[in-house]
Design a protein around this ligand. Structure first.
Ligand SMILES: [Ca+2]
Ligand SMILES: [Ca+2]
Ligand SMILES: [Ca+2]
Length: 404
């Protein structure tokens, strides 16, 4: 993008507010906010506490998150627990507590994974585990080994309890992880999710609940068995130097398309969802399209030495987001809104290496302000919701932007 245009978007926050606020309202499927886009604590507040723990979710709520996000996988005995992967070696102390012989090799979305799998452990065994920080090089590890692995029921109860305490709804935004994998292991997630919602009195249209999935057929099925809000996640594997998206590996296309054997689905990538036909299709069964951020604001790399790889523009010996520039925003938000779809995007993180250079330049180099600039750009573009690892920063940026 023309820098000037991006800078103007941020600088003109106060003008945009007048236009953006009513639009945001009109598009909220759950209708429970009147002051801007939804902030979801992505896996809780993992910038501060280990992912997917009641402590992390509670911190996200304290920081002002509207929704908390449990990723859901199934145990051997069919309970839903909050973990980012069905394999739990990287996010728990399972290797300290169980022998190597409990490891398995399974195909997850087409790729073999050898690890301890939740699907091989009973809930009773899972209850003996404690969470660990999956990004120990850049995030706090002092809480490793302290917090339990929560069940979905416990997350729903926490949201209800904390919402009552604060006099505001606290939403829950569960993700069905690897639906095809769970189906193949005889532990399909969908009816289990709906049963837990029903048990908690949340299986109704106005409930502050949004179910998300990277696969499509399980969302179509959920649309038949529950009235709650549904979100189609849209992935990609990376971004080329010119800002175009890369589709490869487990981020090629929804895995249910891959296993379908249907030539029409095998001809598609995740990119199909961003086309007008793809958005029309999503609108048949979901309320929200939730693409990765570069679908909305692409980023471009510099390749002065012509080796095909992005250069280390900052000269710090690393090639990361700080070496990239913002591209021109796409028309995705506008085209989705035209079809009655809300747009949520992910994931916002404070670490400087994850922030594009322009955000720093507008902030005069200040890292926290740079992180806020990313949110403000997406708020200015009319985003309806986002996932953040640092919900306090997301909320602060929203307060500043919409107070303009
Ligand atoms: Ca997730
Ligand atoms: Ca290069
Ligand atoms: Ca660099």
């Amino acid at each position: 993008m023309k820098l000037t245009r991006a800078a103007a978007l941020v600088a003109a926050a106060s003008c945009v507010l007048v236009v953006a606020a009513p639009a945001a309202l009109a598009h909220h499927p759950t209708g429970d906010r009147d002051d801007g886009p939804l902030v979801t604590g992505h896996r809780g507040a993992p910038g501060y506490l280990p992912d997917h723990t009641l402590e992390g979710y509670k911190l996200a709520i304290e920081m002002g998150a509207d929704y908390i996000e449990p990723d859901l996988v199934a145990t051997k005995d069919g309970h839903l627990i909050a973990r980012h992967e069905p394999n739990i070696g990287g996010t728990t102390d399972v290797a300290e507590k169980f022998p190597e012989s409990r490891k398995s090799t399974y195909i997850v979305d087409g790729a073999p994974v050898t690890d301890y799998f939740a699907t091989d452990f009973t809930l009773e065994e899972i209850r003996t585990l404690r969470a660990v920080q999956p990004l120990p090089d850049e995030r706090p590890t002092e809480f490793d080994g302290q917090f339990k692995i929560p069940t979905f029921e416990e997350v729903l109860a926490l949201a209800k309890r904390e919402g009552r305490k604060r006099g505001r709804p606290v939403g829950v935004y569960p993700e069905t992880k690897h639906p095809t994998f769970h189906e193949q292991h005889g532990l399909p997630l969908e009816r289990r999710v709906v049963a837990a919602l029903r048990e908690a009195g949340l299986n109704h249209k106005r409930a502050p609940v949004i179910i998300q999935s990277f696969e499509q057929s399980n969302l179509r099925f959920l649309n038949r068995i529950t009235p709650v809000t549904l979100a189609q996640l849209v992935d990609a594997a990376g971004v080329n130097l010119d800002g175009s998206l890369i589709y490869a590996g487990t981020s090629l296309r929804p895995y249910d398309w891959t296993v379908s054997g249907d030539p029409a689905l095998l001809a598609r990538t995740y990119g199909y969802f961003a086309t007008n036909a793809g958005l029309d299709e999503i609108a048949q069964y979901a309320d929200i399209v939730a693409p990765w951020k570069p679908y909305i604001v692409p980023t471009t790399g510099t390749d002065t030495d012509g080796d095909g790889d992005a250069d280390d523009v900052t000269g710090d010996g690393l090639v990361d987001e700080r070496d990239r520039r913002l591209g021109r925003p796409t028309s995705l938000i506008r085209r989705a809104h035209k079809r009655g779809l809300d747009v949520h995007t992910w994931t916002f993180r404070n670490e400087p290496r994850r922030l594009v250079s322009d955000y720093f330049r507008w902030a005069g180099g200040d890292a926290l302000e740079a992180a806020k600039n990313e949110y403000k750009l997406f708020y200015a573009l009319g985003i309806d919701g986002l996932f953040s690892d640092f919900p306090d920063t997301a909320v602060a940026a929203r307060d500043e932007f919409f107070a303009g």
